[in-house]
Design a protein around this ligand. Structure first.
Ligand SMILES: [Zn+2]
Length: 326
């Protein structure tokens, strides 16, 4: 049965509890999934709903083939009622709309599921309105609340739910998850994945954000190196002010300049930023191989600077000097 939640890694305790509910046929009407952002709570809630709805639930959970499974995965199951924030918050109107829907007869005698995510974005009024439904849910209706910060929910809501706790993952687990995501694991170097996992606080979701940010950085550096735009240089340098871990910040330009040095010498093998190859090829010819090597050495020495160094000035000086020399 554990395979239903095959996509949920590192949450064995939560998964075991959910499986117990399913196997006993005794699913509480109010469930609260809580823990750090980006560690699989919402994914687990959806996997739970699919196991709950499926007509042929087997040891692997939802079959994925039956009418209910197909409706759910296409997002059009009439018994599935998701509630999400409109402009940051879940408002009382959203909860009232939900209650109006719940007051109608269910689509069939099948279970109904409400997923409120993130539930800690409910306003006080919305939470108070929801309380009534949590106290007396219509028969066969399950309310799944997903919250990143349980302390932001009124205690009256928390006390009416069975709690399913999710914990941060180890850096190793996060790294393995990243490596297994198509379009992530195959596009980033193992070093990038390890670095993102290390500063993710155990959250694969946050690790993905770190990777994305690094990605934007690489593209920004291609354009910073391709043409001297003083305003862009000053803005880029400003983002280095207060940087704690300088080696992480230097990593994107370092990999770009390394590739440019290779390309300018005519080498094609061993390019790190394969995905940017065309853009890099266009920039590589703007300097001699010696010019790129000089830039590479400057960045390497930057990466060894002590934490208290004036990074903003350092980057500004690097870029202005880079564009000043051939
Ligand atoms: Zn099914």
């Amino acid at each position: 049965m554990v395979r239903i939640f095959g996509g949920i890694r590192g949450q064995d305790r939560a998964v075991a509890l959910l499986v117990r509910y399913l196997e006993s046929g005794n699913v509480p009407p109010g469930l609260l999934f809580f823990g750090e952002e980006g560690i699989g709570k919402e994914k687990a809630a959806l996997a739970f709903v699919s196991a709950l709805f499926c007509r042929h639930r087997g040891p692997a959970g939802g079959c994925g083939m039956c009418h209910d499974c197909r409706l759910l995965s296409s997002g059009s199951h009439p018994n599935f009622l998701p509630v999400s924030p409109e402009n940051q918050h879940i408002l009382i109107d959203g909860i009232r709309r939900l209650q109006a829907e719940l007051s109608l007869k269910a689509f069939s005698d099948r279970p109904r599921a409400v997923v409120i995510a993130p539930a800690d974005r409910m306003t006080v009024q919305a939470a108070n309105a929801l309380l009534k439904t949590l106290e007396e849910p219509p028969p066969g209706t399950h309310l799944l609340l997903v919250a990143h910060q349980i302390s932001r929910l009124p205690p009256t809501i928390v006390s009416r739910c069975q709690k399913v706790s999710f914990s941060p993952l180890s850096a190793r687990e996060v790294e393995e998850i990243l490596a297994g995501i198509p379009g992530v694991g195959d596009r980033h170097s193992p070093e990038d994945l390890r670095g993102a996992a290390a500063c993710s606080g155990g959250s694969p979701g946050r690790a993905l954000e770190v990777l994305e940010e690094a990605e934007g950085e690489r593209e920004k550096w291609v354009s910073l190196l391709s043409s001297p735009d003083p305003a862009a240089i000053i803005a880029a340098a400003a983002s280095w002010r207060g940087t704690g871990d300088i080696s992480r910040k230097v990593a994107p330009p370092l990999s770009i300049v390394r590739d440019l040095a290779l390309l300018s010498s005519g080498a094609e093998m061993g390019i790190i930023n394969e995905d940017l190859k065309n853009a890099l090829r266009a920039v590589a010819g703007q300097k001699t191989t010696e010019g790129w090597s000089r830039a590479l050495r400057a960045l390497l020495s930057m990466s060894r600077m002590p934490p208290q160094a004036q990074k903003q000035l350092m980057v500004e000086a690097f870029l202005f000097e880079f564009h000043g020399k051939g």
